[in-house]
Design a protein around this ligand. Structure first.
Ligand SMILES: [Zn+2]
Ligand SMILES: [Zn+2]
Length: 120
C-alpha cells in the first residue's frame, strides 16, 4: 500500500473545518524528515469529500505549515486547534468553538496533532 522509497513523496489529504463559515477544506500533508507538515490547503465541498473517501488512518506530526502553505482558503489562518472530538479546525490558542461538534472550550497550543483523514 504505502511506498516508503526515498524518491517518492508520501502525502495525504486530511479534512479541516473553518469556524468562520463552518465549511470544510482539504489540507495536504506531506511527510518530511519523519514529520508530517502542511503544504497546501484547498476548498472542498462536503459531498465531494464524502465521495472521495479519504484515508481514515491517523496521522501524527507537528503539522507545521511549510513556507508556501497558503493558509485556510476561507480565513487565511495557519494555526490549528484540535477538539476533544478529534477533529481539527482553524484557530489560535484560547476559547473557541469546534465547528464540527459545537463544543466550546479553551485550547492551548499543541506540539503534535493526531488527525484522521476521513470522518465527515
Ligand atoms: Zn479558516
Ligand atoms: Zn469537536
Amino acid at each position: 500500500m504505502k511506498e516508503k522509497q526515498s524518491n517518492r513523496i508520501n502525502a495525504k489529504v486530511v479534512l479541516c473545518k473553518c469556524p468562520k463559515n463552518k465549511r470544510v477544506y482539504g489540507m495536504r500533508l506531506e511527510e518530511q524528515g519523519g514529520d508530517w507538515v502542511r503544504t497546501w490547503a484547498f476548498k472542498l465541498d462536503e459531498a465531494a469529500a464524502k465521495r472521495e473517501g479519504f484515508d481514515t488512518e491517523t496521522t501524527r506530526g507537528t503539522m507545521r505549515p511549510t513556507l508556501d502553505y497558503p493558509g485556510c482558503p476561507y480565513c487565511g489562518g495557519t494555526s490549528l486547534n484540535q477538539c476533544k472530538c478529534g477533529k481539527i479546525f482553524c484557530g489560535k490558542a484560547g476559547e473557541a468553538t469546534c465547528p464540527w461538534c459545537g463544543t466550546t472550550s479553551t485550547y492551548s497550543p499543541v506540539d503534535r496533532l493526531s488527525v484522521q483523514g476521513g470522518g465527515l
